[in-house]
Ligand binder design. Structure first.
Ligand SMILES: *Cc1c(COP(=O)(O)O)cnc(C)c1O
Length: 342
């Protein structure tokens, strides 16, 4: 039985062409700046995101952890971010353990928030009873809130309020290229005004490993200190950086195919009994819908070779990616029809 794995876009496997690029990569000692693939990848991502410097890290989680450590000072600093954002729900409490961050979770629709929401979360300046507002962190696209693309105007508004209040700004770009492809807005415009931003290569871009964190020369120098501290300083990392470079050259434009298939899936889901979804909420490759028995639904789908994730409450998440084609989505919809009809 063919497997249609919509659990996550992290499930992608490197294609043979990507593996070939990796196998043939010229490599060196990454932590001594002697790996040509890593050097090229960092300068390309820095330029793409509009920053002067960048550092290669093993994972997006490490990008967030190091960025929080860069921005948060010891002594009660607070980060303002959405309650479903990755640093809150999926990093083992790292921002508390590693950076000492207080977290101010915003409960706003679809993973996005406004300048006014940030204003409402600001602590009174100079008040010794309050934590000190220090950082705003934004997820583009919003993962567990449904893969939404922050409109540029809304990003600008949040940047404006944060800058006015003297806060640092961080952009979690695990799926930034999905946002770029879906909106046509260049990445460097989305990151304008942010102090740090990063790209993940293991999501829809289809590489097996790696993420790049970008920022000012000073911040990236400091990031190297924490990369060393966490054991993220590598050796012949060009093997994996070559996969990321291959992804930048071959796997960005095709994200539009994933978005189109996600929309087909969402449209099909909308007509099924017991399913709640507004297909207009689906802008990129993430489809989140509601069902009364998400665990049972996912178990029954799995018996039919279709994998989705129950992600809490009544919510089920399906994510399209380069290992799922139009036939796969049809298979998924047929399985859903059977399971939902019962
Ligand atoms: C996947 C993800 C991360 C973490 O990236 P890894 O490379 O899996 O560590 C961070 N933020 C968001 C929004 C993600 O989807």
């Amino acid at each position: 039985m063919a497997l249609v794995n919509l659990y996550s876009d992290t499930q992608t496997r490197p294609t043979s062409a990507m593996r070939k690029a990796m196998a043939e990569a010229e490599v060196g000692d990454e932590q001594r700046f002697e790996d040509p693939q890593v050097t090229e990848l960092c300068s390309r991502v820095a330029a793409l995101l509009g920053f002067p410097a960048a550092v290669f890290l093993p994972s997006g989680t490490m990008c967030n952890e190091i960025a929080f450590r860069l921005h948060i000072r010891p002594g009660g600093d607070e980060a303002i971010l959405h309650r479903r954002s990755h640093p809150i729900i999926a990093e083992a409490g790292g921002p508390a353990a590693f950076a000492g961050a207080m977290m101010y979770p915003l409960d706003t629709p679809l993973g996005m928030f406004t300048g006014d929401d940030v204003r409402g979360a600001l602590r009174p300046a100079g008040d010794r009873y309050s934590p000190r507002s220090r950082l705003v962190s934004v997820e583009q696209t919003t993962n567990m809130a449904g893969g939404r693309v922050w409109p540029l105007s809304q990003l600008r508004e949040v940047v404006g309020v944060a800058a006015e209040a003297g806060l640092r700004l961080h952009l979690d770009g695990a799926r930034l290229m999905n946002a770029v492809v879906a909106s046509g807005v260049p990445a460097s415009e989305m990151t304008a005004g942010f102090d740090t931003a990063w790209l993940d290569f293991t999501k829809g871009l289809g590489a097996p490993l790696g993420a790049v964190l970008a920022g000012s020369v000073e911040l990236i120098d400091e990031a190297w200190r924490y990369k060393q501290m966490l054991g993220g300083a590598m050796r012949q990392a060009g093997i994996v950086a070559a996969g990321a470079l291959y992804a930048l050259d071959h796997n960005v434009d095709r994200l539009a195919d994933d978005h189109a298939l996600a929309r087909v899936l969402a449209d099909g889901l909308a007509s099924l009994p017991g399913v709640t979804i507004d297909p207009d909420d689906v802008e990129t490759n993430i489809v989140i819908f509601e069902h009364d028995e998400p665990e049972r639904l996912c178990a029954s789908l799995k018996e039919r070779g279709v994998i989705m994730g129950a992600v809490g409450g009544r919510r089920v998440r399906a994510v399209t990616h380069l290992d799922v084609d139009a036939d796969g989505i049809q298979t998924a919809l047929e399985a859903l029809e059977r399971v939902c009809a019962r």
